[in-house]
Design a protein around this ligand. Structure first.
Ligand code: MN
Length: 244
């Protein structure tokens, strides 16, 4: 047995009833695209953000959630992309994050080998319907509705790690209408990208096409229609969206 995914995908030669559009992300300097399988996200991974969310960053093990893989919204470099304000929320938050994308995977991946599976990196936004997330937390229900919805994962072009190196430090900064709201360093992450890959692979087999949002710094907050959000991570082009 080589893994669950090839077996299930190759189970039948029969034609599908209809086609489902693949989720393809652009890769900088490449004619080929990056097909997304799953979007994983780590929660509360910068100490100051964990505190602002009411958690103790020193005692909490890492935890993850998923967004629907078609929630990725492509944001080309140098372009301001219109981002629709989603339904059902009156407290819509940005979370700027480094995204690592995998070219391979496995189970129980050791931390020391984890970065070998990273194809590259991108700037991403883990957009969040905070009021819905909080209401579901309060009711002890799953808070998926706060995190996984159409366009909830804007993402810039992917840059290959062979070109950029791996991102373990460097400024991460989000501005709203030119005012800095989030500012920290990737080195502040409680769990590194390598540790996240290792930990995720204990829970599920990781596979090429899986992408990981690596957590957000402190300073999350609400935005409304007309606001322009600019995400910066040292070494990657800025990501800009306008809420419409
Ligand atoms: Mn997040």
């Amino acid at each position: 047995m080589t893994g669950l995914v090839p077996e299930t995908v190759a189970a039948s030669d029969a034609a599908p009833l209809f086609k489902v559009a693949p989720n393809l992300l652009p890769i900088a300097g490449e004619a080929r695209t990056f097909p997304v399988r799953r979007i994983y996200c780590i929660g509360r991974n910068y100490p100051d953000h964990a505190k602002e969310m009411g958690a103790d960053p020193k005692t909490e093990p890492p935890f993850f959630f998923q967004k629907a893989s078609d929630a990725a919204q492509i944001v080309p470099a140098g372009v301001t992309v219109e981002h629709p304000y989603p339904p059902l929320t009156a407290n819509y938050h940005y979370e700027l994050e480094l995204v690592a994308v995998l070219k391979s995977g496995g189970r129980n991946i050791p931390v020391a080998a984890a970065l070998d599976h990273v194809f590259g990196y991108a700037v991403g936004l883990d957009m969040t319907r905070r009021d819905l997330q909080q209401a579901m937390k309060d009711q002890r229900k799953p808070w998926e509705i706060g995190k996984s919805f159409d366009h909830s994962a804007p993402i810039g072009p992917i840059f290959a790690a062979v070109e950029t190196g791996h991102f373990t430090k460097g400024a991460i900064r989000l501005s709203v209408n030119g005012v800095v709201k989030q500012e920290d360093d990737l080195a502040s992450m409680i769990w590194s990208v390598a540790e996240q890959i290792s930990k995720l692979s204990e829970s599920s087999e990781l596979v090429a096409g899986d992408i990981i949002f690596s957590g957000t710094p402190a300073g999350v907050g609400p935005v409304g229609r007309g606001d322009v959000l600019t995400g910066h991570i040292d070494g990657l082009p800025d990501l800009t969206i306008k809420i419409v």
